[in-house]
Design a protein around this ligand. Structure first.
Ligand code: SOE
Length: 387
């Protein structure tokens, strides 16, 4: 039986629920996991709310102050599933107490905060991992392998969109995600961070960007109450939206490839449409999260009479990562499985003493790209990320 590690999770709404599920599932489906997580303490400011969530998700204890959680000697892993403005303070304190850290994306609200977080985990010698969960979709892993093996040849194009539509109603209230002091940015940090991370994973480092951001609805009703990350009720009074509703940018990669990125919360009918296409000298591929078990692949060595994009159902445990832990081929998996895959790699990383990707350094590099896009949108110039 593997050793155990006590987990302290800060945040119990949308991401807290997804992470709790991953800790509960991981040893059940991956019996070879090197450390078994114990759902030790769930932390949130509202005592009644955090108690109810702890009962629902299966946590043994509750805590209402993260300062006490990170100082708790029983806890070995601190999971940060809170809005961005608390990532840096919690991570810095957790590292100081020698805790390993699993942090939701984006790593921080600002580039200086991200730098401090990287330094803190390096100084403390603890594992730091950012939860860019789409890295761990088996179809995305297949895309990475095809590129690494040279099957697509030289990569010329990266083309990615991440489209949502949940704030199109002008009466949708001013939730924390629409306030810069809490969220850091809008679509750029929330959705752009995902596709920048995927671009870095698949195509490599970004050297320059030029972009624009737009806020279509500038004032919204203040929030009366919220019961989940995206559900909320409008109350009395109005407030200013201080983040972007959409961001579009072009990029140059160190490899010579070029890329386009578009993120928005105003794409009517697109609830969570995360898709990319990559074109290389010998082939192309396309991924669409709404069909996350599939990868569309075109390879030049196909016979001409059948050449074209094929749809690969990425579910063969013999050749596709993570699959053998789940079901026989063709018995598809879903969005929540990506979190379980991340937690599996995280726990193995802690046992081995090394940070799995996305490391805090990856999180910092992603942040540098987002920061460059914001600067470019302000200056209307091409801008280089400050790595
Ligand atoms: C909301 O926009 C959200 O939940 C993001 O915060 C997640 O990172 C993304 O995976 C789905 O949409």
């Amino acid at each position: 039986m593997a050793a155990t590690i006590n987990v302290g999770l800060v945040g119990y709404k949308f991401m807290g629920k997804a992470h709790s599920n991953a800790y509960r599932q991981v040893a059940h489906f991956f019996p070879d996991v090197a450390l078994r997580p114990v759902l030790h303490t769930l932390c949130g400011r509202d005592e009644a709310g955090v108690r109810a969530a702890a009962d629902q998700f299966g946590w043994a204890n509750v805590e209402t102050d993260w300062h006490r959680l990170v100082a708790n000697e029983a806890i070995g892993l601190v999971d940060i599933s809170t809005p961005g403005d608390s990532h840096a303070p919690i991570a810095l304190a957790a590292a100081e107490h020698g805790k390993h850290i699993f942090c939701e994306k984006p790593l921080a609200n600002t580039l200086p905060e991200a730098r401090q977080m990287v330094e803190a985990v390096q100084r403390a010698g603890v594992v730091g991992m950012v939860n860019f969960n789409y890295r761990r979709v088996p179809a995305v892993q297949l895309a990475q392998r095809l590129i690494a093996d040279g099957r697509l040849g030289t990569i010329y194009h990266w083309r990615a969109v991440y489209l949502q539509d949940w704030i199109m109603d002008p009466n949708f209230p001013l939730v924390w995600r629409l306030q810069k002091d809490q969220a850091g940015s809008g679509t750029l940090g929330d959705l752009g961070a995902h596709i920048v991370d995927l671009a870095r994973m698949l195509v490599g480092e970004i050297t320059a960007v030029t972009g624009l951001t737009e806020t279509f609805i500038k004032r919204r009703p203040l929030e009366a109450s919220s019961d989940s990350a995206l559900g909320a009720t409008a109350g009395e009074g109005m407030g200013e939206v201080t983040v972007d509703d959409a961001a579009l940018f072009l990029a140059r990669f160190a490899s010579g490839a070029v890329g386009s990125f578009e993120v928005t919360r105003f794409a009517k009918g697109r609830a969570n449409y995360n898709s990319f296409e990559i074109n290389g000298s010998k082939g192309s591929l396309r991924f669409n999260l709404e069909r996350m078990n599939e990868l569309e692949v075109l390879l030049e060595d196909d016979q001409p009479d059948v050449a074209g994009f094929r749809t690969v159902l990425v579910s063969n445990g013999a050749v596709h990562p993570y699959w053998s832990a789940w079901w026989p081929a063709g018995h598809i998996i879903g969005w929540e499985h990506t979190f379980t895959h991340g937690v599996y790699d995280l726990l193995n990383g802690i046992a081995a003493g090394s940070s799995p990707a996305a490391t805090f350094e990856d999180g910092l590099r992603c942040q540098a790209v987002l920061d460059a896009v914001e600067r470019s949108a302000g200056s209307k110039q091409w801008v280089e990320p400050e790595y």
